[in-house]
Design a protein around this ligand. Structure first.
Ligand SMILES: [Zn+2]
Length: 476
């Protein structure tokens, strides 16, 4: 009996080694097929050039910031001249201020221009804000859902697509994900995917799992499905990623991807997600009006690097001036690639903390954190803004007793002096926990505001499919 054990062990080791060898070989073959054959084929058939742009991004990301800034400003000057000549909305703005295109030469000069609001875009679309000289075939119509209260219809430039796609591939590489590795996107509603896209997804090993209307039981089933799929990357809306992380810990479901990418909203807590999935978490900032993929952190820090080749991202204070490092302000975006309908100093109604640091050596400028939609903030009676990021990091700080007791939460403020917090708890909630929660929220919000706590079975998403952490109808 004893003499058989080493043989069994040897046999098991050999089988394991063969299995591992086949697994690695299969992955290498698939990765090579996607990056060396499929992506170049897509580029050729669709007459794209995103791979050469990606090659350039690989080089330029490490250029000194001053060189990157000079490139941004060259593109800015071209865009400003172009918009003045071809877009009545911007030409009138310049004329009203007595400005000429030559007056906007640097990023600092941008503050001479007023901010472009969503309302202005709605009021001037399409006749006065779409470039007069661009043929209709070069642009395509897009719309946002209006989950922030302002639905928007706009045109994107087909030429922007290559820059966005290259930026997406670059950001995935920062997360150590190569083309061809299994990639699952979670979130949103059911949408009909065209057959061509479905084939492309299949070849690239991409899957999309809608999560709207999922019950707690459905979420467990989804986690088990993810465990079977063994994706290298799970990407999705921050609130969905966060809920999945909470439930994976609670139900002991082991999923070990190489990376998690959180998008669309603000991740309430990085630590909870890292603990649940045992991997690095990346936070990406995109914007539908800008073809997406604007900024992401690398593996060396939490601050987000802005891809300065495609946009200028400013963080401004209440007066429209550059915010100080660490200061919370509004995000203002200028798209350097869209010539069909230029977005110059556009306010997407997002908040961010200016500055940031990273020691990876990349020259791309930094922003400390995107703190969610401008509409996603509570206001205390002292006038302080509590963003979803602030609320999340407060609620899920490791010293708080309730860190492992909450699946979902939401704060709603419809009156200046009343805030209602809803929590979906994990199991029963005892009185002591409620008291803790109330005490800590009081400390965060200060006096002068009524705090209501509700414990509910679920918090349904908005009609748009977004799971809002903060709902506010208070005007600032
Ligand atoms: Zn970095």
């Amino acid at each position: 009996m004893i003499s058989h054990r080493p043989e069994s062990l040897t046999h098991a080791l050999k089988s394991g080694a063969v299995y591992l060898g086949v697994y690695i070989l299969r992955r290498l073959v698939i990765n090579a097929f996607v990056s060396k054959a499929l992506l170049p084929a897509i580029e050729l058939v669709e007459r794209r050039h995103f791979l050469s742009i990606l090659d350039w991004y690989h080089k330029c990301q490490y250029m000194p910031y001053e060189e990157l800034k000079a490139r941004q400003e060259e593109k800015l000057r071209q865009l400003i001249h172009y918009a003045y000549l071809n877009v009545p909305f911007y030409r009138d703005k310049f004329n009203a201020l007595g400005l000429k295109p030559e007056d906007i030469r640097t990023i600092e000069d941008l503050s001479k221009l007023p901010i472009t609001t969503k309302l202005e875009i709605r009021q001037n679309f399409p006749d006065r804000i779409v470039a007069e000289n661009i043929p209709a075939g070069r642009r395509y119509l897009e719309r946002t859902s209006g989950s922030t209260g302002t639905p928007l219809v706009f045109y994107l430039d087909k030429a922007s697509w290559d820059y966005a796609r290259a930026s997406c591939l670059l950001f995935l590489q920062w997360a150590n994900i190569n083309p061809g590795e299994r990639f699952v996107w979670v979130g949103g509603r059911h949408v009909k995917i065209p057959i061509k896209t479905r084939i492309s997804y299949l070849l690239q090993r991409k899957s999309r799992i809608p999560t709207i209307d999922l019950t707690v039981q459905d979420m467990c089933t989804l986690l088990q499905r993810l465990a079977r799929m063994k994706p290298a990357l799970i990407e999705g809306q921050a609130s969905i990623i966060f809920n999945l992380a909470q439930m994976a810990v609670e139900y002991g479901i082991e999923i070990r991807p190489k990376a998690i990418v959180s998008t669309t909203e603000t991740l309430p807590s990085w630590e909870v997600v890292e603990r649940a999935f045992h991997c690095s978490v990346f936070n990406r900032y995109g914007n539908y009006e800008m073809s997406g993929f604007l900024a992401q952190n690398c593996s060396e820090g939490h601050s987000l690097h802005v891809n300065s080749e495609i946009c200028i991202l400013e963080v401004v204070d209440g007066q429209g001036k550059s915010a100080e490092p660490g200061e919370l302000g509004r995000v203002i975006l200028t798209d350097l690639t869209n010539y069909a309908m230029p977005f110059i100093r556009y306010d997407p109604e997002d908040m961010a903390r200016a500055g940031g640091e990273c020691f990876c050596g990349r020259g791309f400028p930094l922003v400390s954190n995107i703190e969610g939609r401008g509409s996603e903030a509570l206001i205390t009676s002292q006038g302080r803004l509590i963003t979803s990021a602030t609320l999340g990091s407060f609620l899920f700080h490791h010293t708080h007793a309730y860190i492992d007791h909450i699946i979902k939460y939401q704060a709603e403020q419809n009156e200046p002096t009343v805030i209602t917090f809803r929590f979906v708890p994990l199991g029963a909630v005892d009185e002591e926990l409620k008291q803790h929660l109330y005490h800590d929220l009081r400390e965060l919000l200060g006096e002068g505001v009524e705090i209501n706590l509700e414990f509910v079975d679920d918090i349904p998403p908005e009609v748009s499919g977004k799971q809002l952490v903060i709902k506010s109808s208070i005007s600032r």
